[in-house]
Write a protein that binds this ligand. Structure first.
Ligand code: AMP
Length: 595
């Protein structure tokens, strides 16, 4: 692999000598595969339920391997915080997920009902997600660093019927808001610890009593399978509905964008509470029959290096914030480890700085392959590919089966395709790929607003170059990306406004060199309250307690008058311009595009 900067051009390029790539990338001839590819044919890569009874994600991920030659192959190698290790073969995973599907049925949980999973990366999480899918219920994983408020909101919107969590998380985050979740009939507790509450069950006793035999009921590929929450500029979080048929896209993108091969040891560092951790931390590696490692511990650079070495990880899917944190230790830090098994590295979730791509070469002898997608798309859409040159700073090219474009429009009207190269517009995708969300749960209007004609509007601004590579420019709206997590300013503002001192709040993402953006709030106070350091601390604490560390503001400023539009909406972009010391520009353009 070669880093070059063609003379006279500022663009750098990492060239690949395709003849020497080993193993041969699954997607070797991009142009030929793009013209040949057809989603209808891609289904042939999967099995379908026996007897032509449809497609169920869990069958493709687990059972078809467990009943075939991969029965004894390790599907998931779990590495606990204390170094404990547990291997689950595809056969084990089939038995455990069967038990869980039976356990749900035993509780009277019916197909289509929503099962929320709130826990760290414990083995039970993987069993619960896959068992839920087998039972034709809907799995909705939640980030365990959410506080009570985001949890209650999501379970409420999703009309959660079952929650699987640990006693500790239940005590800290659920108990006090249980009355906000009237639909919740059952809570299944994983691990030890005393708690009280209605409808509590213990995982081991449910599983012990359940049979390891289960036949998946006929599953329509259009049946709802997963509910992933994401945030918009305004309003409550949106539940993106994904169906069982998405599995064909999980599978194909795992092959193409992550270049998964049979003997890979794969590590996706994303938390399953976010869509990457589900689509690529659970489903795509399993449908592709590889061995995944699951690391329970949170990020720590040295531990990550030693994990890559000890587990002989060959394909690693990570994120810019973590990569930047590793970069801070310098490339030298990698040198003490034997990382010779590593052959493909990918990154997603936020812009990956060109320096980080190049740093990969220095530290690992390999570049990071940036790729792009979002909760709504269900799977990777645009990627730097194993067989293609990398342009550091670019998200890559659309995968076969995906048509991307750059559009100019005025709030969905006067739509125009931008043909000119490197001209900024909204990134759009032609609808029709299998993992596209089928709706925002109970929010038809918000869903409708995502489309103009046949194009799905991503909410991202981007541009395209002469080679068809896409370059991320920024968001078209006010959502915040912090450490790869999408945060809706409205959710943060609402929580702050529950504090008795707060009259109004405006929340923005403030650029940060490591985590991309931090959540910053501006608050005006009610009469009778004065700004002070102790009030600031109190509000920071209030935010953390309500929202959890992943969502809470890290900085709060007091501001007597928050800037507003004529219709009374807080102008977050103006707050942001002021924060960054930028010219305030034409205020009429500052209202956000909402969806
Ligand atoms: P989420 O739905 O939480 O996965 O967030 C999706 C959003 O993350 C996208 O709409 C982008 O704004 C951002 N994003 C994802 N991948 C990339 C990438 N490779 N480069 C820049 N931004 C990205």
């Amino acid at each position: 692999m070669n880093l070059s900067s063609p003379s006279g051009m500022s663009e750098r390029r990492i060239t690949k000598d395709r003849a020497t790539l080993s193993p041969r990338p699954n997607l070797f001839d991009y142009d030929a595969e793009r013209s040949r590819f057809d989603w209808a044919n891609a289904w042939k890569l999967l099995d379908g339920l026996p007897g032509g009874r449809g497609y169920n994600i869990a069958h493709e991920a687990v059972d078809r391997h467990a009943t075939g030659s991969r029965a004894d192959k390790v599907a998931i190698r779990w590495i606990g915080k204390t170094g404990e290790r547990r291997d689950f073969t595809y056969g084990d995973l089939r038995n455990e997920t069967n038990r869980f599907a039976n356990a749900l049925a035993g509780l009277g949980v019916r197909p289509g009902e929503r099962v929320f999973i709130l826990m760290g990366r414990l083995p039970e999480l993987y069993v619960a997600v896959l068992g839920t899918l087998k039972a034709c219920c809907v799995a909705s994983p939640l980030f365990s660093a959410f506080g009570p408020e985001p949890i209650a909101t999501r379970v409420g919107i999703g009309e959660g019927h079952v929650l699987i969590t640990t006693p500790e998380l239940y005590r800290r985050k659920v108990q006090a808001v249980r009355d906000k979740m009237p639909s919740l009939s059952h809570v299944i507790l994983v691990g030890d610890g005393e708690v009280d509450g209605p409808g509590l069950h213990r995982w081991p006793s449910l599983m012990h009593a359940a049979s390891p035999d289960y036949t998946i009921a006929p599953t329509d590929p259009e049946d709802m399978a997963l509910l992933h929450f994401t945030s918009g500029t305004t309003g409550r979080p949106k539940g993106a509905v994904h169906v069982h048929g998405a599995v064909v896209a999980h599978h194909v993108t795992g092959l193409y964008a992550l270049d998964l091969h049979e003997d890979d040891i794969y590590w996706c560092t994303a938390d399953p509470g976010w869509v990457t951790g589900t689509s690529y931390g659970i489903l795509a590696p399993l449908t592709n029959g590889v061995t995944s490692i699951v690391v329970e511990a949170e990020f720590d650079a040295q531990t990550w290096y030693s994990t890559l070495e000890r587990e002989r990880v060959s394909v690693w899917y990570s994120a810019p914030t973590a990569i930047r944190m590793m970069m801070r230790l310098g490339a030298e830090a990698a040198k003490g480890y034997d990382l010779s098994a590593l052959r493909f590295m990918a990154s997603v979730g936020e812009p990956l700085n060109p320096e980080a791509v190049v740093w990969g070469l220095e530290a690992f002898g390999l570049p990071f392959h940036d790729n792009w997608w979002q909760t709504e798309t269900g799977g990777i859409m645009i990627a730097n590919l194993a067989a293609l040159d990398i342009k550091p700073g670019s998200m890559g090219v659309p995968l076969p089966g995906i048509e991307a474009a750059i559009l100019r429009h005025e709030k969905g009207r006067n739509v125009e395709l931008i043909e000119e190269l490197m001209v900024e517009g909204e990134l759009a995708l032609r609808k029709g790929w299998p993992s596209m969300m089928r709706g925002y749960l109970n929010e038809e209007e918000r869903y409708r607003k995502c489309f103009v004609g046949d194009w799905y509007l991503t909410g991202d601004l981007a541009k395209r170059d002469a080679d068809g590579y896409y370059w991320f420019v920024g968001r078209a709206d006010d959502v915040i990306k912090s450490a790869g997590h999408l945060i809706g300013p409205f959710e943060v503002e609402s929580a702050l406004m529950e504090h008795p001192a707060v009259a109004e709040a405006g929340v923005i993402g403030k650029p940060d060199p490591v985590v991309g953006e931090i959540v910053k709030a501006f608050v005006s106070l009610k009469a009778g309250y004065e700004p002070s350091e102790s009030l600031r601390k109190e509000l920071l604490g209030h935010g953390r307690k309500r929202l959890g560390p992943a969502v809470a503001p890290k900085e709060i400023d007091f501001s007597a008058n928050l800037p507003k539009t004529r219709s009374g909406k807080i102008m977050r972009r103006l707050l942001k311009s002021r924060e960054l010391g930028l010219p305030e520009g034409d205020l009429s353009t500052l209202e956000s595009d909402e969806k």
